[in-house]
Design a binder for this molecule. Structure first.
Ligand SMILES: [Fe+2]
Length: 144
């Protein structure tokens, strides 16, 4: 079986948090794979889309955990995550109910995902980096 090793996460969307960048890469790969199936060999199973939504839930939880580890307030970001998941679930329910097709859902989730990184995760990463820099500056010196 051939493995696609191409990097899917555009450099401009890298946020400098390795765990989160790796998850973003996985999500882009999943979206690309679903697009290849839907626009190529045939319809993807709805289970594959369900798996993607579950992974997004895991991804959001990872961001929340990371924020907690460095003491960054995450209340507003978590609220956005909940609204995002509800909107994506609603759109996917429309697919399941035959009111929206899979291509429409794929266009929606791809556009939403790039905005998620740009509008929500980049400011989040900047806050994390600033917090980590402050912690480094305040750490004791080994010798004077
Ligand atoms: Fe994210």
């Amino acid at each position: 079986m051939e493995t696609n090793t191409a990097v899917m996460l555009p450099e401009a969307l890298s946020i400098g948090l390795p765990e989160i960048d790796a998850q973003h890469e996985s999500i882009f790969r999943c979206i690309e794979s679903l697009k290849a199936i839907c626009y190529g060999s045939g319809p993807a199973s709805l289970e594959e889309f369900e798996n993607l939504l579950e992974y997004l839930k895991y991804h959001f939880a990872s961001e929340e955990r990371l924020a907690g580890e460095v003491g960054v307030d995450f209340l507003d970001h978590a609220t956005v995550h909940r609204k995002n998941l509800l909107a994506l679930r609603r759109a996917f329910s429309e697919v399941q109910g035959g009111m929206r097709d899979l291509h429409s859902f794929l266009r929606y989730i791809e556009y939403w995902f790039e905005r998620h990184i740009t509008d929500e995760d980049k400011p989040f990463a900047a806050t994390i980096h600033a917090r980590q820099a402050t912690a480094r500056d305040n750490s004791p010196a080994a010798c004077s």
